[in-house]
Ligand binder design. Structure first.
Ligand code: PGA
Length: 258
């Protein structure tokens, strides 16, 4: 059985002091609720902005919490002003990196080709990849959501070998549900998650498909996480807004125990 993964994507929020405070609150509440070990099977990942990574890494040392970056460069190193390399992320304590978030695709022009380069650099340098896919409102209305998601997966991931693909977590984030308060209905989420697992099965076989974690993202909060995480093909969440509040974030982590 796949364990639950809850990842908090802070996006461009929290100064250094706010970040330290949030992490201590999350650790405190998480440990309180996990005093009986009932949350040991939930993998919790924090994805703060770049400058906070070394500090958050120190704060979570000795806990079961894991660290992810929100992005990485598609270049390995060198004269690329403003970029942050995969090796830098690893040296700051990251175990994973989010790649292909719709905000990167939409606002920073990240194409399938660029994302493929980022995926390759990350996987070859031992970072796990949380790869985001999702359709826009217009694409869903035009009934193109299946083909968009298939394209996003095929172009940036499906060249990976079996052992490389085993390091990928997929996050389905319908763009129309991100930060909007709209959430995919359980039926819509399950339909896409099942579709994604089916594509992975065709390409990599049943075992890989069964082991793949597929997270849901898009206005996921304590009030809807129970219904979403109960779905057969939903293995947790990539949380934006609700990850900025320790109570809400830990409540989502506790979903199965609530
Ligand atoms: P949201 O963001 O929870 O604020 O909708 C999710 C995400 O973009 O990862």
């Amino acid at each position: 059985m796949r364990n639950l993964i809850v990842a908090g994507n802070w996006k461009m929020n929290n100064t250094l002091s706010e970040s330290k405070k949030l992490v201590s609150e999350i650790i405190k509440k998480f440990q309180e609720y996990n005093s009986d070990g009932s949350l040991n099977n939930v993998k919790v990942i924090l994805a703060p902005p770049f400058p906070m990574l070394p500090i958050v890494s120190e704060q979570i040392e000795g806990t079961s919490l894991l660290l992810s970056a929100q992005n990485c460069s598609n270049k390995a190193k060198g004269a690329y002003t403003g970029e942050v390399s995969v090796d830098m992320l690893i040296s700051c304590g990251c175990q994973s990196v989010i790649i292909g978030h719709s905000e990167r695709r939409q606002y920073y022009g990240e194409t399938d080709e660029i994302l493929k380069e980022k995926v390759d650099l990350s996987i070859h340098s031992s970072l796990d990849v949380i790869f985001c896919v999702g359709e826009t409102q217009d694409e869903r209305q035009a009934d193109q959501h299946f083909e968009v998601i298939q394209r996003q997966l095929e172009k940036a991931l499906f060249h990976l070998s079996d052992s490389e693909f085993a390091k990928v977590i997929v996050a389905y984030e319908p763009v129309w549900a991100i930060g909007t308060g709209l959430t995919a209905t359980p039926e819509q989420a399950q339909e896409i998650h099942h579709f994604i697992r089916g594509l992975v099965e065709k390409k990599y076989g049943v075992e890989m498909a069964n082991n793949l974690h597929i997270l849901y993202g898009g206005s996921c909060k304590p009030s809807n996480s129970k219904d979403l995480f109960a779905l057969e093909d939903v293995d947790g969440g990539l949380i934006g807004g609700a990850a900025l509040d320790a109570d809400q974030f830990v409540d989502i982590i506790r979903t199965q125990n609530r």
